[in-house]
Design a protein around this ligand. Structure first.
Ligand code: NIG
Ligand code: FE
Length: 409
C-alpha cells in the first residue's frame, strides 16, 4: 500500500452518481490536510490526517503544501491525425475564415487526404508520442475520434490506431466513430450515398469488430443536417454506440434538441446557443461540453458556459485536440481558459475537467474523482497556496508527480 500524507488539499472527493451540475460545481468537495491510501492500483481510503489510523504501508509520500487531484479527463479529441495545418493558420491570420478555408479544399478534407496517404504504423507512432506528452501534462483519460479517413478503409485504419493505443497505454481510452465529419470530395454530388456508406457499412462492421464506443456527427451548416445526424445516430444506437456529437459550433440549427432526444451522452462545442437549446438540455440527461481551445484558436465566440451552469446544468470541458481548430491537448491550459474566458470559478473548471469529463465519456465509475475503488489516477501538484493557483498559473502545468493505476510515472 502507498500512503500520501499531509496533503494540503485533496479534491475531488466523494461518490458521484451524476455529473456535478449548477451550484454543485462551485461547491466542489475537497478535504484539507488529508491522507490518501492506494492499494492494487485503486484508491483504498482517504480522509483527514487526524483520522489516519494504522495501515500496512510500504511507501509513504509526504505531500506537505501540495494539492492532490484526479488526472484530467479529456472527453473530446481528434488525437489521431497525419499532419499539422499551420498554413491554414496563417491564412486565417490573413483574414480567411475556417469555413472559407474548408471550401477551398483545406480543413477536414485536407487532413483526410494526408491521413489516407499515411501508413498505419507511422500514424500510430505519431499519436502515441502525442498521448505520452499529454499524460505528462496530467491527462489520465481520453476520448479519441476517427473522422479524417472518410472512406471505409481509412476510418478503419484510424480506429485500429485507437485500438492499439488502448492496448499499449494504461489509461482509459474511448473511441468514437466520426465518419460523418465532412462529405468526402467523391460524394459531393451524392451525399445520400455517403450517409448510406456510414449506415450500411461502417457502423455495422466497426461496431461488430469492437472498434468504437461512441457515434459522432458534425451537425452544422455545410457539413451534416439534423436529419442526417438522426439517421446516423439511430443506426449507431442499434449497434450499441451511444451518441456524442459536434453541434452548434457556428450555427444553432436544432441539433441539440435532437441529440438530447437521442439520449446523447454529450453535445460538444456550443459556441452558438439559443434559449431553446438551453431548455432542451434542461429536459434531458445530455452533458454539454465546452471546447474553449477551439474558440481561442479560431477566434469564434466562447460557449456561454456561465449561462449553462446558472441554468442548473452540468458542464464538461475538453481540448478538442486537432490540427484544424485546436492544435493543443494541454488540459491545464483549457482549465485556465475556462476560468478566464468561460468565467468559471476554479472549482467549476476543475469539476468540468475531471468528474464531469469522465461522465461525458461514460467512465465515471472508474475514474475522474477521489472515490474508494476508483483507479488511482492522480496528480500531485507543486506546492501551491490553494487549488485556485492551478488555473491562475496558466501555461505551465503545476505538476510534481503523476500516478497511473497506483504507480508513479
Ligand atoms: O471539433 N468541427 C469539427 N471538427 C473539429 C475540427 C476538425 C478540423 O478542422 O480538422 C472540431 O473543431
Ligand atoms: Fe471536435
Amino acid at each position: 500500500m502507498k500512503l500520501i500524507t499531509n496533503i494540503h488539499q485533496l479534491l475531488v472527493t466523494g461518490e458521484f452518481l451524476k455529473p456535478l451540475a449548477g451550484k454543485e460545481m462551485h461547491e466542489l468537495p475537497y478535504i484539507e490536510n488529508a491522507f490518501l491510501a492506494i492499494e492494487d492500483g485503486l484508491i483504498y481510503e482517504f480522509g483527514k490526517m487526524e483520522d489516519l489510523h494504522p495501515l500496512a504501508v510500504a511507501e509513504v509520500i509526504d505531500a506537505t503544501g501540495q494539492i492532490v487531484l484526479p488526472l484530467w479527463c479529456d472527453s473530446h479529441t481528434h488525437l489521431v491525425y497525419a499532419a499539422d495545418r499551420e498554413d491554414e493558420f496563417v491564412d486565417r491570420i490573413k483574414g480567411l475564415t475556417y469555413q472559407e478555408i474548408a471550401q477551398k479544399g483545406g480543413g477536414i478534407l485536407n487532413s483526410a487526404k494526408r491521413l489516407r496517404e499515411m501508413d498505419i504504423d507511422t500514424l500510430y507512432e505519431d499519436a502515441a508520442k502525442r498521448l505520452e506528452s499529454l499524460i505528462a501534462m496530467g491527462t489520465g483519460a481520453i476520448e479519441i475520434k476517427s473522422g479524417y479517413g472518410l472512406t471505409v478503409s481509412s476510418e478503419r485504419k484510424m480506429l485500429e490506431v485507437i485500438a492499439r493505443l488502448k492496448e499499449n497505454f494504461d489509461i482509459p481510452i474511448k473511441a468514437t466513430l466520426l465518419a460523418a465529419h465532412a462529405i468526402p470530395e467523391l460524394y459531393k454530388d451524392r451525399r445520400e450515398d455517403y450517409i448510406k456508406l456510414i449506415v450500411e457499412e461502417m457502423i455495422p462492421a466497426f461496431a461488430k469488430a469492437n472498434l468504437c464506443d461512441f457515434i459522432d456527427v458534425f451537425c452544422e451548416s455545410g457539413y451534416f443536417t439534423v436529419a442526417e445526424m438522426e439517421t446516423i445516430l439511430t443506426e449507431g444506437k442499434k449497434h450499441g454506440l451511444q451518441p456524442k456529437v459536434h453541434v452548434n459550433q457556428f450555427n444553432s440549427i436544432g441539433g441539440i434538441a435532437k441529440a438530447v432526444e437521442h439520449k446523447a451522452v454529450s453535445v460538444d462545442h456550443l459556441e452558438e446557443l439559443t434559449e431553446a437549446d438551453i431548455i432542451a438540455l434542461q429536459n434531458g440527461t445530455t452533458i454539454p461540453v465546452a471546447l474553449p481551445g477551439c474558440s481561442f484558436f479560431l477566434g469564434i465566440p466562447y460557449t456561454l458556459a456561465r449561462k449553462l451552469i446558472d441554468a442548473g446544468l452540468p458542464l464538461a470541458i475538453a481540448t478538442d485536440y486537432n490540427p484544424g481548430s485546436s492544435p493543443s491537448g494541454n488540459m491545464n491550459f483549457i482549465v485556465s481558459q475556462a476560468c478566464v474566458n468561460l468565467r468559471l470559478t476554479p472549482q467549476e473548471a476543475i469539476a468540468a475537467a475531471t468528474i464531469n469529463g469522465a461522465f461525458a465519456m461514460g467512465i465515471a465509475t472508474e475514474t475522474g474523482s477521489i472515490t474508494k475503488q476508483k483507479k488511482a489516477n492522480i496528480m500531485i501538484t507543486q506546492p501551491l497556496n490553494s487549488f485556485n493557483a492551478i488555473p491562475y498559473r496558466f501555461g505551465n502545468p503545476q505538476i510534481d508527480k503523476i500516478m497511473i493505476n497506483g504507480e508513479f510515472i
